[in-house]
Design a protein around this ligand. Structure first.
Ligand code: CP
Ligand code: NVA
Length: 319
């Protein structure tokens, strides 16, 4: 079954629930047997470029490790140290790189930049974060949920704070997998209206629940998974930072908010975290926090997706 083969990953909107499940299943197999010879040479002879317009720790390192653990080589470079930084058009860069490497992982400010890249590239393009979507992060998150709670369908996932790339991505993922997704954000900073609309439509097919509210308590009530992210994202207008900080203060995930969730609830954060802003020190470092298992899972889901998209002879697991 090779439906993901040679496909770009800009968001998870285009994936079927079965494709999502296959990627998660392979990720678990890879994690269980990290030295399995089944994957060590899967991408041998290939090169994958990793390009960053914005800073990164997890994405940069975990993608490089994922690429190299499949037998390929990673070519990592900064946007501004390439000719992109001097204005060479995306359409030229995308076509040139397609002659050298078998895929490109790109972190860029504007989602439209990545769409332009995909339009001109002859090779798959992987979204390493844009202002609109962060698909590999929510794949890692759902793997973590599956590992910790044993199930995904029907669970209540509550996200607090800025209606940013993470909030948009949870709407997409949750709608696909039949989760009960709650996004609690202040007016003016709620998720992208077209993504919310899309999620409602998708939910009619999957039985998901989609709720966007400005009421953090309602969202927290009985939640299985509590999530937050920074109030100010890398691609955001810096002039909005102080307004956002005061508007979003009531959405901080702290012990009081956590106490409304189920006692078995887990806490997720894509990191980096700002202690005392979107999350309290006590929650981030507390017993319900699984943020480092979550960070580890970036590696496994990326390895799985690279394998499904780029491996030549897909002796693909899971049928
Ligand atoms: N969570 C995440 O994407 O982290 P980095 O910005 O460090 O890659
Ligand atoms: N929403 C954050 C996520 C960082 C991994 C940002 O875009 O900066």
């Amino acid at each position: 079954n090779e439906t993901l083969k040679n496909r770009s990953v800009l968001s998870l909107m285009e994936w079927s629930p079965a494709e999502l499940q296959r990627v998660l299943y392979t990720a678990r197999v890879m994690k269980k047997e990290p030295h399995s010879p089944a994957f060590r040479h899967a991408l041998e002879g290939q090169h994958v470029a990793l390009i960053f317009e914005l800073p990164s720790t997890r994405t940069r390192v975990s993608f490089q490790v994922a690429v190299e653990s499949l037998g390929a080589k990673a070519v990592v470079f900064e946007w501004n140290q390439s000719q992109l930084g001097r204005g060479e058009p995306i359409r030229d860069t995308a076509r040139v790189l397609s002659r050298y490497v078998s895929g490109v992982v790109v972190r860029t400010r504007e989602h439209e930049t990545l769409q332009e890249w995909r339009k001109w590239a002859d090779r798959p393009v992987f979204n390493a974060l844009t202002n609109r979507m962060h698909p590999f992060q929510v794949l890692a998150d759902v793997l973590t949920i599956w590992e910790k709670l044993g199930t995904v369908r029907g669970i209540k996932l509550a996200y607090f704070g800025d209606g940013n790339n993470m909030a948009n991505s949870f709407l997409v993922l949750g709608a696909k997998l039949g989760m009960d997704v709650w996004i609690a954000s202040p007016e003016g900073f709620q998720p992208a209206p077209d993504v919310v609309h899309w999620a409602h439509q998708e939910a009619t097919l999957t039985g998901a629940g989609i709720h966007v509210t400005d009421d953090p308590q309602a969202a927290a009530q009985g939640a299985d998974v509590v999530v937050t992210d920074v109030f100010q994202s890398m691609a955001d207008d810096p002039e909005l930072a102080s307004t956002k900080k005061s508007l979003m203060a009531p959405y901080q995930v702290n012990t009081a908010l956590m106490s409304l969730a189920k006692p078995t609830a887990i806490f997720l954060h894509c990191l980096p975290a700002h202690r005392g802003e979107e999350v309290s020190e006590a929650v981030l470092e507390g017993p319900q926090s699984v943020v480092f298992d979550e960070a580890e899972n970036r590696l496994w889901v990326q390895k799985s997706v690279l394998y499904h998209v780029l491996a030549d002879s897909s002796a693909v697991l899971g049928g």
